[in-house]
Design a protein around this ligand. Structure first.
Ligand SMILES: Cc1cc2nc3c(=O)[nH]c(=O)nc-3n(C[C@H](O)[C@H](O)[C@H](O)COP(=O)(O)OP(=O)(O)OC[C@H]3O[C@@H](n4cnc5c(N)ncnc54)[C@H](O)[C@@H]3O)c2cc1C
Length: 486
């Protein structure tokens, strides 16, 4: 009997037999997340139904020295939930209970597999909602959101997941159930919850999350402005924010992204637009009315040739439909594409977009731009055809060059999709060896055995016994092309 067979047998006893999958064909279902070109078949898949099931699973893994990877809905775009070939994939899709909605406390307590939008659906009868709204909110899980510190269109005004999670129960990497934070806005001592949010499954598995609920705004008003190009739309964005107006969302799409959205969902954006902005304001009616007028003026003054104001919820939904479907829509105009995610200072938008255009033309690779313009979070979609020799390689080069630009302009290699497997190799471009060693010490404090989602985030999966400092010789991850040393 192999170690994995023995582990499967133990888990079938500790949990129920139907919670453990070892059939090779069934395991294939879980071989990738939303970044589908990385594929690894896990050795086992386990479906915990409770925090205790999850803790038992982790304890069994620890006893067997087997790595484990958490998975929510598998929509991640950086390979964070990519399985380990000799490890256990712990899938939270059977932990979907909304434990409590407490509007009087502005809190909800949910299990990790609960879908993002379900939290809002549960809270809205009481006049509340859950603010972080990734475009995948109809399918992604709260556990995945916590692990990725996910963002969304409305995070410009309301902040990212980290600003909306006040507590969590986690299974630490040694199998112990631990509580971090609570219902109060802040807890004394080190901010371990802050460290956990965004840790991409490397510091343990969230088994229950306490989130902040936000009062539904009195009014929401949305406009769609069409511009000749991204320069004008970028200038309008800077003018709006520079005037002290903080919209709930400012989203931009360029001509190629609009073409894709039209082909896929027929959103009816103005013809001939080189760029569109979707600007949404929410809050007290009087304040929104005053600021909305300012936004219209800034758009018109910066060259908007058409401004549409959503007359009702249906029209507002149509504006958003084009934007929210943009990633998938690109499939209509290109057989393959890379969804990139990087951040730049907002004021650098026009310059960076020009340089992305130059890189794109230089390599003969099309790039569609969709982004959270308000907070400078770019999502360039790099289009290619894997069937054409050399195109995939050129698309990778364009994608890497865009990240290099983000760093050059003082930004980041990821805004909200995480580092995962995909971007681990770029971490040394942003951080020094000392920075990376310090982060590694945090990881080791939670997970000295290195069993929680190994191989993610960090370029060289150093073991906790290793001495921090420059590596001698070539690391196996470098040999495998998974890490670079600069
Ligand atoms: C069409 C589309 C649009 C998207 N739009 C956005 C967007 O606007 N903003 C944004 O931020 N992201 C976006 N994403 C990315 C993705 O949806 C988010 O990263 C989301 O939070 C992932 O949730 P998930 O449940 O699918 O997690 P998974 O993909 O299953 O896992 C993601 C990471 O979380 C870890 N993890 C999962 N559950 C747990 C847990 N319980 N405890 C600890 N770690 C865990 C995994 O190990 C992995 O590292 C989009 C993705 C798609 C496909």
């Amino acid at each position: 009997m192999t170690d994995i067979d023995a582990l499967a047998a133990r888990l079938r006893t500790d949990l129920a037999a139907d919670q453990v999958v070892s059939d090779r064909q069934e395991l294939r279902t879980y071989e990738c997340d939303g970044l589908a070109h990385y594929k690894v078949i896990p050795a086992l898949v386990v479906f915990p139904r409770s925090a205790e099931d999850c803790a038992r699973t982790v304890r069994a893994c620890v006893a067997a020295g087997v790595p484990f990877v958490a998975r929510g809905s598998g929509t991640g775009l950086s390979g964070g939930a990519l399985p380990h070939a000799e490890g256990v994939l712990i899938v939270t899709s059977q932990m979907r209970r909304i434990v409590q909605v407490a509007p009087e406390d502005e809190r909800a307590v949910v299990e990790p597999g609960v879908i993002n939008l379900q939290v809002t659906r549960a809270a809205s009868p009481s006049g509340y909602y859950y603010a972080p709204d990734p475009s995948s909110q109809q399918i992604c899980s709260i556990g995945g959101n916590v692990a990725e510190n996910s963002g969304g269109a409305h995070c410009l005004k309301y902040g990212f997941t980290t600003n909306h999670v006040t507590g969590a129960q986690i299974v630490a990497p040694d199998g112990e159930l631990v509580r971090l934070g609570g219902r109060a806005p802040d807890a004394p001592g080190y901010d371990l919850l802050g460290a956990f949010v965004g840790s991409e499954g490397t510091l343990g598995i969230a088994t229950e999350v306490t989130v902040r609920l936000v009062r539904l705004p009195e009014t929401v008003r949305t406009l769609l402005a069409a511009f000749p190009g991204v320069d004008e739309a970028g200038a309008a964005t800077s003018a709006i924010i520079g005037a002290g107006v903080v919209p709930a969302a400012v989203e931009m799409m360029d001509a190629l992204a609009i073409e894709a959205a039209e082909a896929a969902v027929h959103c009816g954006y103005p013809e001939g637009a080189g760029a569109v902005l979707i600007v949404e304001l929410d809050g007290p009616a009087a304040e929104v009315a005053a600021q909305f007028a300012q936004v219209e003026t800034f758009c018109a003054d910066n060259g908007a040739f058409e401004i549409r104001i959503a007359a009702d919820d249906a029209e507002r939904a149509l504006f958003w439909k084009g934007r929210k479907s943009a990633f998938a829509a690109v499939g209509r105009i290109s057989p393959d594409y890379i969804v990139q995610d990087g951040v730049i200072p907002r004021t650098a938008l026009p310059e960076v977009l020009h340089r992305i255009g130059e890189i794109s033309r230089g390599q003969g690779v099309r790039v569609a731009n969709v982004f959270h313009a308000g907070d400078g979070n770019l999502h360039p979609l790099v289009l290619f055809d894997d069937g054409v020799e050399g195109e995939a390689g050129r698309a990778e080069e364009v994608s890497a060059a865009i990240l290099a630009l983000c760093i050059e302009y003082g930004g980041s290699i990821t805004g909200e999709h995480g580092v995962g497997m995909d971007k681990a190799k770029y971490m040394p471009r942003m951080f020094t060896d000392d920075d990376l060693d310090t982060m590694q010490l945090v990881r080791c404090a939670f997970d000295p055995a290195g069993l929680a989602n190994p191989g993610k985030i960090f370029p060289t999966p150093r073991l906790c016994g290793e001495v921090p400092g420059r590596h001698r010789g070539t690391h196996p991850a470098q040999q495998a092309g998974l890490a670079e040393v600069f």
